[in-house]
Design a binder for this molecule. Structure first.
Ligand code: GLN
Ligand code: ZN
Length: 764
């Protein structure tokens, strides 16, 4: 008999209950007990949803982030929050959010404000975790309370509970040594705490623990590989059984290592690493469980169950009881329940599976393996019909688009002239001062804007009414920017709910769910659009708004677009063609928009590639292949314009060193990037690589309500000018301002414009 299990369940709730409960609590509108009760209720429901599994995860529920949970379990709290006198949960939120919660406010007198923990992407997903902080003198101490509470609750409910924890080596790898000490040196101090945790769980009657070590799918040097051997040798003597879980990729050169570790089972992501199963069976000792993640935990497509059984059946015969099946990774990365989607086109809906449907698929696979395909004939037939319908649908396949992609040549991504030739032509046309000022695109999304949009969507406001409301917002943004005396203006993006959804909604080949929310970080969720078919643009998407905005001012108005790579990386993508092909299709569609904006007289066009970096494969050996098609897609999008048209791009991340040559290869005239939080450290990349075009290093952290002073901005820009010729520098915030209030934005931008004036007189 095959065993079924799950690596993790989305915690946010089918209706985002956790999000709303958290935000109410943070606003002081509900009590801690109410929040905890809601958490318990969600767990209860989610375990009930997983009742057919042989083993259900516990500890995957989190009030903010599972890595931060692990830091608390291991007693690794940042120094700045140690000694807090309030409730542990409030302290937890202080690390997560860097701001006191309502009830923690009482303790502000003794503990003061604290900086938030740094947040970064969880591998190649769009989930963000709180980075553990280490120092040479970091000590660990076990606090199993969270896991024990969840375990006790699960046990009362009769759940066959499998606690899920982040493994010790991955935990160290995910963190950062704040004093530049060696993280691995902490392993000897960390292992006894893991040992104690496993003993505690054993005492509670736990049989299996899932210990996540996803870094085994990345390139590891000798030291890290040795850390695995040391760590698992130290944990070997425990009586509890360990399922070592890897996901998101192939083991490759870590395969032998993974098979040699003294654990009781190994989980692999068979969506990415099915080719490795043969080698795993050869190398894995015969008493070990092999758990195969046979259902994609990262996308929303139905599994081809017949095809999956074709390779699972021989495996089941060979491995017998040793075979476990599961989704490839935690279902954290997919929405909860397709049955909430009543507005999705029924044909497209029939192709999809969210978390609950994926668990149903798992059940069908297990039945077929345990009792023969005939036992689930109806389910298999229904699945096959859906798979066939998607494969053959004319809604998916558009021959015109496919032919256009076939015709792409390098020339399509080539500007007419090199930057040196274009720059003076643009300067002559735009007549900008030195240190020109601009913003990244969005202005505050006010309650009025959101209200108008929801009324429009609900049919309570007609098209003309909506347009008038948005025009009023655009006019306000333009007025404010003229008063501020910014140099290159933006329309403010009032009409956009989201920088990807806005474009997806207007492109053919995209579908939208109503409740397809996926946690991005903390209480924040995103609803990735579903890219299901060949992409085309029925008509211009942004031109009328930008034309209107430009009509209100003589200053250059930036056309504002989201780039193909970002649209792709923030969507659920097709699994029936390479990502590069989908990206090229998007590039052709956005290219037409760029050319229409130019045609409408727009002199500056910004194409945001906020998510270009996060698409990087986990293994460096695969980076170039990705960067090649990603950069090419951007070039196809941007570079069809005349020399006089200035192309900007924007990226909001803080690691450039390793991809700077590719970024330069995009050949945008101006790039704006995030730098203020790292105190211009990021510009280190520009020491060794002479970036050829113009740069706006963000001088103001839009994530914080703090107002940067003029002096601070001048100082940051002077640092930038040490590395980049002053005549190629722009002055701008780190990112868009949509999450801020006007009351914060106006003084901040006033200081920014004043700083630019000072720089003009002092630096040039
Ligand atoms: N133009 C977008 C904005 O200003 C860019 C957002 C982003 O980079 N994440 O909101
Ligand atoms: Zn940004």
């Amino acid at each position: 008999m095959v065993t079924t299990h799950n690596l993790g369940f989305p915690r946010i709730g089918a209706k985002r209950e956790l999000k709303f409960a958290l935000e109410n609590y943070w606003k002081g509108q509900s009590s801690r007990d109410e929040l905890k009760a809601l958490g318990a209720q969600l767990r209860e429901r989610h375990w009930a949803d997983q009742r057919d599994l042989d083993l259900a995860p516990i500890g995957d529920f989190s009030f903010y982030d599972q890595v931060l949970d692990m830091s608390f379990t291991l007693g690794n709290l940042p120094k700045r929050v140690q000694g807090f006198h309030g409730d542990t949960l409030d302290n937890y939120f202080r690390v997560a959010r860097g701001r006191s919660t309502q009830s923690a406010e009482d303790h502000a007198a003794c503990c003061g404000g604290v900086a938030a923990g740094e947040m970064t992407k969880w591998f190649d997903t769009n989930y963000h975790y709180i980075v553990p902080e280490f120092h040479a003198d970091t000590n660990f101490s076990l606090d199993p309370s969270r896991l024990l509470q969840q375990l006790a609750q699960a046990q009362t409910q009769g759940v066959n509970a499998k606690p899920v924890i982040v493994g010790p080596v991955t935990y160290l790898w995910l963190g950062k040594a704040k004093d530049d000490s060696d993280r691995l040196a902490l392993l000897p101090k960390l292992l006894p705490v893991y040992g104690a945790l496993l003993d505690t769980l054993t005492a509670q009657g736990v049989e299996w623990v899932q210990i996540d070590e996803p870094i085994l799918v990345t390139e590891l040097d000798a030291e890290w590989r040795q850390a695995f051997r040391t760590a698992y040798a130290a944990l070997e003597t425990r009586r509890i059984k360990l399922l070592l879980a890897t996901y998101f990729g192939q083991l490759q050169d870590n395969l032998t290592l993974a098979c040699s570790l003294p654990v009781d089972g190994l989980h692999i992501d068979a969506i990415n690493a099915r080719d490795e199963i043969g080698a795993l069976i050869r190398e894995l000792p015969v008493n070990r469980v092999l758990s195969v993640g046979a259902i994609n935990g990262r996308n929303i497509w139905k599994t081809d169950l017949g095809a999956t059984l074709d390779w699972l059946e021989p495996l089941a015969r060979q491995l017998g009881e040793r075979l476990w099946i599961a989704p490839s990774c935690s279902l954290l990365h997919v929405p909860v329940d397709l049955s909430s989607e009543q507005k999705l086109d029924p044909e497209i809906r029939s192709w999809l599976a969210f978390a609950l449907q994926k668990l149903d698929e798992l059940k069908v696979l297990a039945c077929a393996l345990n009792h023969g395909r005939a036992s689930v004939a109806d389910a298999l037939a229904a699945d096959a019909a859906a798979i066939d319908s998607r494969r053959a649908s004319p809604r998916v396949h558009n021959p015109v688009v496919k032919a256009a992609v076939e015709r792409i040549t390098a020339a399509l991504g080539q500007r007419q002239s090199p930057y040196d030739v274009r720059a003076p032509k643009q300067a002559a046309r735009l007549k900008l001062p030195a240190f020109p000022t601009t913003t990244i695109g969005s202005f505050p999304q006010t309650a009025d804007i959101r209200h108008a949009r929801s009324q429009f969507k609900a049919g309570e406001l007609n098209e003309a009414g909506y347009q008038a409301a948005m025009h009023a917002e655009i006019a306000r943004s333009v007025r404010e920017q003229e008063t501020l005396n910014l140099d290159v203006l933006v329309h403010g993006e009032a009409e956009r709910n989201d920088m990807v959804e806005y474009f997806g909604e207007q492109l053919d080949g995209y579908a939208f769910s109503q409740f397809g929310w996926v946690q991005s970080y903390g209480s924040r969720c995103v609803k990735p659009p579903i890219l299901f078919g060949d992409i085309s643009r029925p008509k211009a998407m942004t031109v009328e708004w930008i034309r209107y905005a430009q009509s209100l001012t003589d200053k250059p108005m930036k056309g504002m677009l989201t780039g193909p790579v970002t649209i792709l990386n923030w969507s659920f993508v097709r699994d029936d063609q390479p990502r590069s092909v989908s990206c090229h299709q998007l590039a052709l569609a956005i290219r037409d928009e760029v050319l229409d904006l130019e045609q409408a007289g727009i002199r500056v066009i910004q194409i945001d590639e906020a998510a270009l970096r996060e698409g990087l494969p986990l293994r460096r050996s695969q980076w170039n292949a990705y960067l090649d098609w990603a950069v090419e897609s951007f070039r196809i999008t941007a570079n069809g314009v005349r020399d006089e048209t200035q192309i900007h791009t924007h990226m909001c991340y803080s690691e450039f060193n390793d991809i700077i040559a590719s970024i330069a290869g995009m050949d945008a005239d101006v790039i704006t990037i995030e730098t203020s939080r790292s105190d211009m450290e990021l510009l280190d990349a520009f020491d060794s690589f002479k970036y050829p075009n113009e740069i706006g290093p963000g001088v103001y952290d839009i994530h914080s309500p703090n107002i940067p002073s003029e002096a601070h901005i001048v100082e940051l820009m002077k640092k930038a000018a040490e590395r980049i010729p002053a005549e190629r520098l722009w002055v701008n915030p780190d990112c868009g301002l949509k999450t801020r209030q006007w009351a914060e934005v106006l003084p901040a931008l006033t200081n920014m414009v004043a700083a630019a004036k000072t720089l003009r007189s002092q630096v040039l």
